[in-house]
Design a protein around this ligand. Sequence first.
Ligand SMILES: Nc1ncnc2c1ncn2[C@@H]1O[C@H](COP(=O)(O)OP(=O)(O)OP(=O)(O)O)[C@@H](O)[C@H]1O
Length: 397
Amino acid sequence: MTAGTDTVGKETVPAGSDTATRAGSTRGRLVLKGIHKALGGKEVVRGIDLTMEPGEFLTLLGPSGCGKSTTLNMVAGHLLPDSGVVEVDGRDITRLPANRRAMGMVFQSYALFPHMTVAENIAFGLRMRKVGAARRRRRAAEALELVGLDGMGERYPRQLSGGQRQRTALARALIVEPDLLLLDEPFSNLDAQLRVRLREEVAALQRRVGTTTILVTHDQDEALAVSDRIAVMAEGAIHQLDVPETVYLRPATDFVAQFVGEVNVLDGVAAGAAAEGHRCWIGDTHLVTATPVGTAPGDGEAVRLYVRPEAVRVLAIPEAVSGKGRSASTSAHTAAEPGLPGTVEATRFLGTRVRCVVATAAGRIEATLPFGSEVPGLGEEVICAWQPQHASLTARP
Ligand SMILES: Nc1ncnc2c1ncn2[C@@H]1O[C@H](COP(=O)(O)OP(=O)(O)OP(=O)(O)O)[C@@H](O)[C@H]1O
């Protein structure tokens, strides 16, 4: 939704210019500084610092009870932080009551008024703002169209499917042209297929209207699919805040590595920076590379390396290197490419991909080979390799 206009998104935005639209967002810059909150005698939010640019879609991702909703509720004004500052567009709103903040909120439970029609539900925020009936009707019709519910304005919430109810809640949140759109587990009540469809729709709609958006979820696939950036939270603190690709491929902590998908964890010793990435010894004998997250470890420092199964390539050892004749594998290993040698222990066909388990001196490494790859045979000797930028290196905890 564009600031300072009277229309609900569509007409104010040139078609097919998502990037331009979002870059054009000028409203909804959120800054959280040193936010703390205790509930029931326990500190559940412990020093959150965060800056969001106008138009950004940020996800708070973490397990149940990590403080995501509490953080969102402090942005919404439903909870007052014990300390810290909430700013929107340079204005300190920490103590501003919720009803005087320009926030649109969508909950898991829809929270629609059962006795009001869909159109009345959607226009509710405008009625509170004393907008006249004719204008309310026009804006509600625009909002219905925006979320794909044209013609359903006269129904009651009970006559809608779960997905339609959530679209109604979204239209109700957006109609007031909020500074921020706050989505608290909005897809959790929907079945798996609808959840995926609706999240794609919401992400596309958000790009079109350009409203700064925070999504709260515990679903890592959802976070990876829709976010500009992801803040991974645990026990009231942000462990990593970055773009999805970096959070996935280069986790900053054990917690992020384990929470956001499957991961191979290797312990080693740092062996200095190189052009192709930071080197480290695994099991004291094999040199591999990865990219440090945060401060680069010093030579000889104990490090932990994380690499996702999808980032591991299983390479054939050419005859010249292995000294044995051997059959084909996914692709050939070159001497310049560091990696861990091992023996194929298991392969599992998973439909769209193949899982390959390689036993190495440093433990089992799991690799996911894309559909159509040549699959190495059981017992075959191979090298597990990866691009340095697809693996992260941190000081060992
Ligand atoms: N009103 C309250 N009184 C006491 N403790 C509370 C209250 N509200 C939340 N908590 C506790 O604060 C912690 C953080 O809760 P919060 O709802 O922010 O977590 P969450 O990450 O959003 O989890 P979920 O996904 O389960 O909602 C939890 O341990 C929760 O039990």
